[in-house]
Design a protein around this ligand. Structure first.
Ligand code: ADP
Ligand code: MG
Ligand code: MG
Length: 205
């Protein structure tokens, strides 16, 4: 059983709820090594996404992902807005023409999303960014069902986010702190894990 446009809208609503629930936590993580706006940026962005989805009701998974992308790009400032926007845009392109997403489509979408983040932000593994959650997630994203793929991806993203704690940031605002960025989890890696976990939980229902 594949993931329809309506299923994907349900998942995006769950993502928006998760982001709202973790808004303060993401703000605090970003306050430690950045400018403290990550939770606010994402919460505002995903609230705008919900408004856009209510207004349009996209009729394919690709169209849902594209609505998310264009809304995040236009409504969210900072580093994460364009990066997440690019990720969703590449994912949309990857699943163009599919009426329902199967496990292999989700793997392709995640792979494309990572490619977009790396193309846009030029971060490498170990730079203490969202790539440190998304790259292991893509590598782990295998399974016979959408739920299995997303669960494996979310688990790997969680471990990847935890592993950013001791790292010294080499990209983004946190890199201005140099060695002082060590000892804190990267907020973007944490939010990437939260997004993937929300997708996985909806797929498992
Ligand atoms: P800003 O730093 O502009 O305030 P946010 O606080 O919303 O933007 O997002 C910060 C997060 O963006 C970081 O925690 C990191 O995960 C991610 N990030 C920053 N620069 C890059 C980059 N070049 N590549 C990948 N991710 C990045
Ligand atoms: Mg910030
Ligand atoms: Mg900022």
């Amino acid at each position: 059983m594949g993931c329809t446009a309506a299923d994907l809208v349900t998942a995006i609503r769950a993502v928006a709820d998760t982001v709202a629930e973790h808004r303060v936590e993401l703000i605090q993580l970003d306050r430690a090594i950045g400018d403290g706006d990550h939770g606010e940026n994402l919460d505002r962005g995903f609230k705008a996404v919900l408004t856009a989805l209510d207004a349009a009701t996209p009729d394919s998974p690709a169209a849902v992902l594209k609505t998310v992308a264009t809304t995040l790009i236009s409504k969210v400032g900072g580093a994460a807005g364009p990066l997440y926007g690019t990720a969703f845009l590449r994912a949309s392109t990857a699943v163009k023409d599919r009426g329902e997403l199967e496990a292999a489509d989700v793997v392709e979408a995640l792979t494309a999303a990572l490619g977009g983040v790396v193309a846009r932000g030029k971060a490498e593994l170990g730079d203490k960014t969202m790539v440190d959650a998304l790259d292991p997630a893509v590598k782990a994203a295998t399974g016979d069902s959408v739920a299995a793929v997303l669960s494996a991806a979310a688990d790997a993203a969680e471990a990847g986010a935890e592993a950013t704690v001791p790292l010294v940031a080499r990209k983004g605002r946190a890199s201005y702190l140099g060695e002082r960025s060590a000892g804190h989890m990267d907020p973007g890696a944490r939010s990437t894990m939260l997004l993937l976990r929300a997708f996985a939980e909806v797929a498992a229902r």
